[in-house]
Design a protein. Structure first.
Length: 504
């Protein structure tokens, strides 16, 4: 039985108990199978979405190609005005959209609202980016103006993303591509209600010129065969590494660009001179927030031997006070895992870690009853424990002790992934060492703040098996663009570069 009517905010967002999951040229369609959206807090079915077929998916991609010139030629100020409208509408619907994220993904209410706030921030950032998309003129000779960095739309893009940021990862890419006139992007979703509601929500806005290119999006299964189309020039992915490797040859076969945001396996170092209370609060939030399902969630906690015993004692005590429950309740700090499959993986991996020498300090149990609830768990392991090389997408934290900062940095770097990292210290020299060439090798290198979460002003992404992609702040927007260097000769002679003489 569907529980759609229990949640009035779903109707407010234009959803129904049964929805179509694909939009082609402004018409809602779906001739594929039905998929059910489940509430991970209760295990109950919320609503159904009828998926598009592979044929409809490919039809949508062809429609994108038909309108790409129209959208690329739309003046940037007009695109910016649409982005402004989107941001304003998301402000109005922030509460309902945040509740939807909490309902379907299982994030606690404040995190669901925070995810929508990130979309609003991205819209504001998009308006800022518009101000800097200009021709930079650098005359190199009297008769030759030199324009470096003419930015044009790269072309069509196909985007894949995972479940943990079901709205902001979608809209982060969407807004930036929107501004730059990319025509535009197909999205493949793990969930059904969040993307469907966003399509409905955006299509009701005054974006008629862009609907045919922006909203040809499908709620579709990643396991379906995906054709690499020559006209699609970029493939941003926020998905598991295993899936990327299976898809990689398809876009590499035609040398298409990719923007990879993959696993994290993040570490926080707490040095002997750290503010212990500050480090403790950061570690607990990073490890427990989103039930350990963020790409920036804390997986490895490295403690200096001099403070390890006290820190562990305090941490275990705090873990015992964390309220686990329905993510829609205001007092909940740890919601459910997203799927039953993750619960089964949790049950499987706990005894495996113990069998390999891991010392269980807290948790390790599935919470019986409806919903996908597990205990946040702490293990203490040695630095060479094989489990440290793998990211478990659940609230399992591994504590490792160390003696010197150099040793801690080596442990931090000695994993295949390289997304987020953090050092807690009161010593300025330690901070500069950590952020310097012999410090962390991650894309996010924090000092006295946790690994989890990132503001949009900074470039977000990581190194090694994290993929090397960057999005959001800094000049990451250039990734989405086709950049040309243009030299214009308006004289009657032909100057050659570097003063070369070639008289004929």
């Amino acid at each position: 039985m569907l529980t759609f009517d229990k949640y009035p905010f779903l109707a407010q967002l234009g959803l129904k108990a049964k929805n179509f999951g694909a939009s082609l040229s402004g018409t809602w369609v779906g001739d594929g199978e039905w998929t059910t959206s489940y509430n991970p807090n209760t295990g109950e079915a919320i609503a159904k979405v009828k998926l598009g077929t592979l044929q409809q998916y490919e039809q949508g991609m062809q429609e994108l190609l038909k309108v790409k010139n129209m959208w690329a030629e739309l003046p940037i100020p007009r695109r910016g005005d649409i982005v402004r409208q989107i941001g304003d509408e998301f402000r109005k619907q922030k509460e309902a959209l945040g509740m939807l994220v909490a309902l379907e993904m299982g994030k606690i209410k404040s995190e669901g609202l925070g995810e929508v706030q990130e979309i609003i921030d991205i819209c504001d950032m998009g308006l800022w980016i518009i101000q800097i998309i200009i021709w930079i003129s650098n005359p190199i000779r009297e008769t030759i103006p030199f324009y470096d960095g003419i930015m044009e739309s790269l072309g069509c893009c196909r985007h894949y993303y995972s479940f943990q940021f079901s709205s902001c990862r979608h809209l982060d890419q969407f807004v930036v591509m929107f501004v730059f006139g990319k025509e535009h992007h197909q999205q493949i979703y793990h969930q059904s209600l969040v993307p469907t509601s966003f399509m409905k929500f955006l299509k009701e806005m005054d974006c008629q010129q862009a609907q045919c290119s922006l909203f040809v999006e499908m709620v579709f299964k990643l396991e379906k065969p995906l054709q690499v189309i020559r006209e699609f020039h970029q493939y941003p992915l926020q998905v598991p590494l295993k899936l990327v490797k299976s898809l990689q040859q398809r876009w590499l076969s035609r040398l298409a660009r990719s923007l990879l945001e993959l696993g994290g396996n993040n570490a926080q170092i707490v040095h002997e001179d750290a503010n212990v209370d500050l480090a403790l609060k950061a570690a607990v939030f990073a490890a427990v927030g989103t039930c350990g399902q963020r790409c920036t969630s804390l997986r490895r906690l490295l403690l200096h031997n001099s403070i390890a015993a006290t820190f562990i004692q305090k941490m275990v005590k705090v873990y015992g006070t964390i309220k686990i429950g329905n993510a829609l309740n205001d007092d909940t700090l740890c919601g459910p895992l997203h799927t039953k499959g993750q619960v089964e993986q949790y049950k499987k991996v706990i005894p495996e870690i113990q069998a390999q020498g891991g010392k269980l300090l807290y948790g390790g149990n599935v919470i019986e009853g409806p919903g996908n609830f597990v205990q946040p768990t702490i293990f203490e392991v040695k630095a060479d424990h094989p489990i440290l090389q793998h990211e478990l997408f659940m609230p399992i934290l591994f504590i490792v002790r160390y003696d010197t900062l150099d040793e801690a940095i080596e442990i931090n770097n000695n994993v295949p992934q390289g997304l987020s990292s953090s050092l807690f210290t009161s010593n300025l020299s330690n901070s500069y060492k950590w952020t310097g060439p012999l410090g962390s090798d991650c894309g996010i290198v924090n000092v006295n703040i946790g690994t989890s979460g990132a503001e949009i002003g900074g470039a977000f992404g990581g190194e090694k098996e994290t993929g090397g992609g960057r999005e959001s702040g800094s000049d990451s927007w250039k990734t989405y663009m086709r950049r040309s260097t243009c030299t214009i000769n308006f004289g009657k002679t032909l100057p050659l570069a570097q003063g070369v003489k070639f008289d004929i």
